[in-house]
Design a protein around this ligand. Structure first.
Ligand code: KIV
Ligand code: ZN
Length: 513
């Protein structure tokens, strides 16, 4: 009872964030890192949603050791059978069944009566329990449901084999006191042997506070996501929930989690790179400024005694200063060794491509830090297939007088394709050239430039969200030059769109309730 389980839903609820589309290799990479981080349960996906989702959950269930692997499912037997088919390979597996219990969801979305929902929940849970002894039930929109009815459905779930009851605040409407009271009410009124779980969305910025209030009222599982990813404003941020309980263990009566906190920063960076969702600089725990002291008074205090202005040691969450690791004379062996020490699994063609990028970078930047390495390697990480297009060369001209123009040469399979583009700036021209060369002319929905480390020779880090023919994907590119980084980001997004479209991995957005 002193242990709070951490249920990570980065790969399911997190992946439902607009513009995020991870392929199987990328999901596996994140799942491996979540296992290193020490999460108890990985919710790997929603197998009925698409063949791509099914494949990813199955691959994670087959390959990732340590955590329980869970799959989400509605109450229909087709969903549950598909979820089981995907997770059954895991040593420890879970089926997570949900159905809505709020009046608005039942009337407007499900078009079901209360009695129909009870029947559906009973049948779905029983079916899941016929496959595995670890079944979770969620009354969707639980916080806005009639508590008496919600508890009645939860009791039916436990009676039919549910071992975890997860109470979602699906629309992020709860206040901490009320959410905690609801958790206490469930525990008081549902008889049986089960664990209560929180699942809070962040629409009012209260997801972490609500989850912690749930814990104080008896919840022993928290559903959360790295960097707070998730539908709309996201879910409770895993790193914040864990560090709040650890830093204020006096307040939480000594409750612990199994999280290896020194892995938090790296996990956050990996998820940010592969999803294309940047982490805000001042984000608690994992933001790059979370341990930076700007004012003279603060700096003076910290120099005297860190405890004056720091409640967490940066090393505790893996946020120590970037280390200089390699230079231009480092060879392939040292490169591969360093990556493996950093816990980055990369092999074969991806390793070769990453090494080529490293050498190019080493010619332009004297000292290459672990953060730089992570950034360039992330472009290749988790990509089980070779990208269709790779960049051979890019030549851009611009300024205040002539029209910005770019010439690009790309490799497409065995042939080189060349194109020239123009634009209202050098980035626009480079993107135009790539769009013409690839034939993937899209709409740039979002464009974000930042730097990987500080200093004049820092790598530029560009994230682009692109839409081509209704398919959306984000792409990331890093280079010492932001024009090149932007071109790489666009190309990366095009390669993802090629993969999504060729595998039919797009979610069936009209998937029923
Ligand atoms: O927010 C929610 O209600 C969910 C459920 C499927 C658990 O994500
Ligand atoms: Zn959710």
């Amino acid at each position: 009872m002193d242990r709070v389980k951490i249920f990570d839903t980065t790969l399911r609820d997190g992946e439902q964030s607009p513009g995020i589309s991870l392929d199987t290799g990328e999901k596996l990479e994140i799942a491996e890192q979540l296992a290193r981080l020490g999460v108890d349960i990985i919710e790997a996906g929603f197998p009925i949603a698409s063949d791509g989702d099914f494949e990813s959950v199955e691959a994670i269930a087959k390959q990732v050791q340590g955590p329980t692997i869970a799959a989400l499912s509605r109450t229909g037997f087709k969903d549950i059978d598909r979820a089981w088919e995907a997770v059954r390979h895991a040593k420890s597996n879970r089926i997570h069944v949900f159905i809505a219990t709020s009046e608005i969801h039942m009337a407007k979305k499900l078009r079901m009566t209360r009695d129909q929902v009870k029947v559906e929940a009973a049948a779905g849970i029983a079916r899941a329990a016929s496959y595995t002894g670890d079944v979770e039930f969620s009354p969707e929109d639980g916080f806005r449901s009639d508590p008496e009815f919600m508890v009645e459905v939860c009791q039916i779930a436990v009676d039919n084999g549910a071992t975890t009851l997860n109470i979602p605040d699906t629309v992020g409407y709860a206040m901490p006191g009320d959410y905690g009271a609801l958790i206490a009410y469930v525990i008081e009124n549902v008889k049986g042997d089960y664990v209560v779980s929180t699942h809070c969305h962040d629409d009012l910025g209260l997801a972490v506070a609500n989850s912690l209030s749930g814990v104080l009222n008896g919840a022993r599982q928290v559903e959360c996501a790295i960097n707070g990813l998730g539908e709309r404003a996201g879910n409770a941020a895993l790193e914040e929930v864990v560090m709040a309980m650890r830093t204020r263990d006096d307040h939480f009566g000594g409750l612990t989690t199994g999280i290896q906190t020194a892995e938090l920063a790296r996990t956050s960076r990996l998820v940010s790179r592969l999803t294309g969702y940047p982490v805000q600089y001042n984000k608690a725990v994992v933001g790059r400024n979370a341990f930076a002291h700007e004012s003279g008074i603060h700096q003076h205090g910290v120099l005297e005694d860190r405890n004056t202005y720091e409640i967490i040691d940066a090393r505790e969450v893996g946020q120590e200063a970037a280390q200089i690791v390699l230079g231009k004379h480092s060879g392939r062996h040292a490169f591969a060794e360093t990556l493996s020490t950093m816990g980055l699994r990369i092999q074969g063609d991806a390793l070769n491509q990453a090494f080529t990028r490293f050498k190019e970078l080493a010619d332009r930047k004297v000292q290459i830090t672990d953060a730089d390495l992570e950034a360039i390697v992330a472009e290749e990480l988790g990509t089980s297939e070779v990208h269709r297009f790779t960049m051979v060369s890019l030549d851009v001209r611009g300024g205040t007088i002539s029209t910005p123009t770019a010439d690009v040469v790309l490799r497409d399979g065995d042939t080189n394709v060349e194109a020239t583009g123009t634009g209202n700036g050098m980035i626009d021209a480079a993107v135009d050239a790539i769009a013409t060369a690839t034939g993937y002319v899209g709409k740039v929905l979002d464009f974000n430039v930042s730097s990987v480390t500080s200093g004049g020779d820092a790598l530029g880090d560009v994230v682009i969200q692109l839409e081509v023919g209704g398919t959306k994907a984000s792409g990331r590119g890093v280079a010492t030059d932001v024009v090149e980084a932007s071109a790489r980001a666009y190309l990366n997004a095009v390669n993802r769109i090629v993969r999504i479209q060729s595998r039919g991995q797009e979610r069936e957005h009209d998937i029923g309730p």
